[in-house]
Design a protein around this ligand. Structure first.
Ligand SMILES: O=C(O)CCC(=O)C(=O)O
Ligand SMILES: [Fe+2]
Length: 417
């Protein structure tokens, strides 16, 4: 076992000061505040000078906003009260590509190996929140393994309330678009972008109207001709973790007989039954991306794994799999003998917490058991069964959120020194 101080230094080095959220104001030419909407007889609104009547007309052209609850698309005013318009029915004059905003988001939201990727934004929806509108806490519905986040543009229409509250781990951010745009000298739009798995809610609008457009953000490998000029975005915490782990690996006292280290990831990732866990490594977010990159650069051959739970018999053990064989929210105790079957197809009995010894794990499977030394906890915070059956912003389109971990094998000191 590593000494507590060595483990502590490794845990501290993971600590990460980058936010999973990026927000601000973009100053824009006046026409960026124009919007055309409707089909046969398109209408026009200028959000820089919109009258209440202009906004009444916009609301009249919208539908009530539904949301996803499990496999259902539902309208329920106790959960979400707002209006929506699908992207096919409006045209924004705000030129996202020319605004330079995507570059800012790439700098702020892509870390580690994803720093070589590009963000592609897809216009998704327009929403109007009028008096008493709100959207309770949810995570955005995953729409692709490469979906990384959501970008909200908020027009400078007069309104009170309607702040966007975002939560991640123990942190909470409150984003008030109106005060941001009001403090700008030239006409501007407020923006906020965040990883899709971040829990967020829109507080009640108490007066006026809050109008937003939403883009879904996807990761893309840049075209070959632009790749040469891409910058690898380095952040301080990469070198912190890298320096610390590198130093420890050189110490004969650190895990002298080798070990399997586990890093519980802090974000959720969209998967299908066909998703290869190996491919998820390309789409890791924030601090998860850093951990993976550092391990890869130190030639520790990190791998992404899922652990299926055994909740009924206590939360200490699980079966670790190299592939997705069931909905990640599945609990195998629901099916008699499933634990054994997972082991038959390559699963390993593992501890999900510290303070369990190998013999206890071997009671589960004498043939295929492994003791994991968890550097960061395997994450119970993002309980998958909660995540997949509760609320999204749209009915599920076949992707499930999965909370994987990164596993690395540390060779015995004699082999690495
Ligand atoms: O309007 C916002 O700021 C957020 C809306 C939202 O979370 C959603 O439409 O999924
Ligand atoms: Fe949302």
């Amino acid at each position: 076992m590593p000494t507590p101080t060595q483990m502590e230094s490794l845990r501290n080095a993971i600590s990460y000061d980058r936010l999973p959220v990026c927000s601000g104001a973009v100053s824009s030419p006046p026409e960026a505040l124009y919007l055309y909407y409707g089909k046969e007889k398109p209408r026009f609104v200028n959000f820089g000078s919109a009258t209440p009547e202009d906004l009444d007309s916009l609301v009249a052209a919208c539908d009530p906003a539904t949301f996803g609850r499990g496999d259902e698309d539902v309208y329920d005013e106790s959960y979400r009260k707002a209006f929506k318009m699908d992207a096919a029915n409006f045209a924004v004059q705000f030129d996202l590509a020319a605004s330079g905003l995507i570059g800012t988001l790439e700098d702020r939201l892509l870390q580690g190996d994803t720093g070589n990727m590009k963000i592609k934004a897809e216009l998704y929806k327009l929403n109007v929140y009028d008096k008493d509108s709100f959207f309770k806490a949810h995570r955005d519905t995953p729409r692709g393994t490469n979906m990384i986040g959501s970008l909200m543009i908020i027009y400078p229409t007069p309104h009170e309330g309607g702040e966007l509250v975002l939560r991640h781990k123990d942190h909470e951010w409150k984003f008030d678009a109106k005060s941001l745009t009001a403090s700008q000298v030239s006409p501007s739009l407020a923006y906020v972008a965040f990883y899709s798995d971040i829990e967020h809610e829109v507080l009640k609008v108490t007066s006026g109207r809050r109008v937003t457009i939403t883009y879904n953000l996807y990761l893309e490998v840049p075209a070959a001709d632009t790749r040469a000029s891409t910058i690898i975005r380095e952040v301080k915490s990469i070198s912190n973790l890298q320096r610390t782990l590198q130093g420890l690996l050189k110490s004969p006292e650190f895990l002298p007989t080798g070990a399997t280290l586990g890093f519980g990831l802090v974000h959720l990732y969209p998967v299908t039954f066909n998703t290869k866990l190996r491919d998820l490594a390309n789409y890791l977010k924030g601090e998860d991306a850093n951990v993976y990159q550092v391990c890869r650069e130190l030639r520790l051959q990190p791998s992404v794994r899922v652990i299926y739970d055994d909740v009924q018999r206590g939360s200490r053990f699980g079966i670790m799999m190299e592939k997705i064989v069931k909905n990640p929210s599945y609990h195998y105790e629901e099916e008699e003998g499933y634990e054994d079957r997972l082991i038959e197809i390559g699963g390993k009995a593992v501890n999900k917490k510290e303070g369990v010894d190998l013999s206890r794990i071997q009671e589960r499977s004498s043939t295929n058991a492994e003791l994991i030394t968890w550097v960061s906890p395997f994450n119970r915070r993002t309980k998958l069964h909660d995540v997949n059956v509760t609320y999204g912003n749209e009915v599920s389109v076949g992707y499930m959120y999965c909370s994987p971990c990164i596993i690395v094998s540390i060779p015995p000191a004699i082999d690495r020194l």
